[in-house]
Design a protein around this ligand. Structure first.
Ligand code: ADP
Ligand code: MG
Length: 394
């Protein structure tokens, strides 16, 4: 178990919090403030408990240079509105400077400031120890709250913890509880659903999950590489050519591990990669040479939703079809609905899967939707995330 902000006394302390304020921006305006909203419970908790809060984050890819279009100033403004409290901000091109040190030193209990984009310094992504130390010198305690960058060993996500005691905020606590809980001590049967575009991207995840799950369901674009390994023709469907043999090996591994592996039995084909393409529903053995598989078919939907009914834990990564096009969103939607109706612990990892669940308006029906696409995949691969590893154990 990792220590959280509840396990330490924060009153009167300068608390340095790494947030994920990497919000989408258009012409200097924040177009979606979800990530800022998500950090509010941790920030409010700290302020209510008398901490002096110093927030830091990255935004976009300024590549180690102070570029005004990547300034966190709009985030400070938005955060002030949401907290109904002044969020002190000074755009310091070096992130830490004498002015910033003075601001941090003169913070009073219950006051909050935000540092400039840590990626204005190339030392951030280099995890430079001197930069980490200068960030750390601002605070007395480090709070990790940025899951989206927890798989990166950067100065503000990992390096600072060499100089400060480190605990997790509420967002990280929830990620570790659900992702870690599913992998370490799942309610059974444990069912994983894997989809998305390519097998190659997800092989390490599939390999790790095969050691843990009772049932593995495969859908989406990766299914066609498995079909090829089984000797079927797949028309013009997406194929991960270099991984056909590996797909075959994974099928064998599943069998050896006693994991029930489900592949689509029918598919929705299209003659073009377009929403208004001509479509055909066919059994997986009969995909026409000039068509591509775009979604799982109705028989598969039935098979998969049936398999999900008895599950105790469901981890889902990767959509079942090209859900961005309404004509090919049915499979993904049906799986999302099955999860929404299930009593199982339901965990969604992966950026596009999370977006799909949001799009269908089912987000609040899931036990947990991971806030980190890449980070959640690395977690499911069984890797140690540097930003999580630095958090002290209880
Ligand atoms: P996640 O972000 O959840 O990990 P991925 O990035 O692996 O998921 O995959 C998402 C993408 O896979 C989506 O853009 C979707 O359109 C695509 N996809 C799903 N099924 C197919 C298919 N049959 N053919 C082509 N692309 C597909
Ligand atoms: Mg993706």
């Amino acid at each position: 178990m990792k220590k959280t902000i509840r396990d330490v006394d924060v009153k009167g302390k300068r608390v340095l919090v790494r947030c994920d304020f990497n919000v989408p921006m258009q012409e200097g305006r924040i177009t979606d403030d979800n990530r800022i909203q998500a950090a509010l419970p941790t920030i409010r908790y700290l302020l209510d408990h008398g901490a002096r809060v110093i927030l830091m984050s990255h935004l976009g890819r300024p590549k180690g240079e102070a570029k005004s279009e990547f300034s966190l100033e709009p985030v400070a403004v938005r955060l002030s509105q949401l907290l109904e409290k002044d969020v002190q901000f000074r755009s310091c091109p070096t992130v830490v400077c004498d002015t910033i040190k003075e601001m941090a030193d003169s913070l009073k209990d219950g006051e909050v400031m935000l540092l400039e984009n840590v990626r204005f310094r190339k030392e951030e992504t280099d995890n430079d120890p001197e930069f980490a130390r200068s960030l750390a010198s601002l605070g007395e305690l480090f709070v990790q709250e940025a899951f989206g960058t927890a798989h990166r060993a950067h100065a503000s996500t990992a390096g600072v913890a060499d100089y400060l005691p480190a605990v997790s905020g509420f967002l990280i606590e929830k990620e570790v509880k659900f992702l870690g809980g599913a992998l370490e001590d799942p309610e059974r049967p444990f069912v994983a659903i894997m989809g998305g575009a390519k097998v190659g991207d997800k092989i390490p995840v599939i390999e790790n999950l095969l050691k843990k799950v009772d049932t593995l369901i495969i859908g989406g674009g990766m299914a066609y590489t498995f079909f090829r390994s089984m000797g079927f023709t797949i028309g013009t469907s997406i194929l991960d050519e270099g991984n056909i043999d590996l797909a075959g090996k994974l099928l064998k591994k599943a069998e050896e591990a006693g994991v029930k592996l489900l592949l689509p039995v029918d598919v929705v084909c299209a003659d073009r990669f377009e929403n208004d393409a001509r479509t055909l529903i066919t059994d997986r053995e009969n995909i026409p040479d000039d068509m591509m598989g775009m979604d799982i078919g109705p028989k598969t939907v039935e098979l998969y939703t049936e398999a999900l009914k008895t599950a105790g834990t469901i981890v889902w990564n990767g959509p079942m079809g090209v859900f961005e096009m309404p004509a090919f969103a049915k499979g993904t939607k049906a799986v999302a609905e099955a999860l929404a109706e299930s009593d199982a612990v339901t965990v969604i990892g992966g950026g596009d899967s999370a977006a799909a669940v949001e799009q269908f308006g089912l987000a609040d029906k899931m036990s947990h939707i991971s806030t980190g696409g890449g980070a959640s995949l690395e977690f499911l691969e069984g890797k140690t995330l540097p930003g999580i590893a630095v958090i002290e154990d209880k």
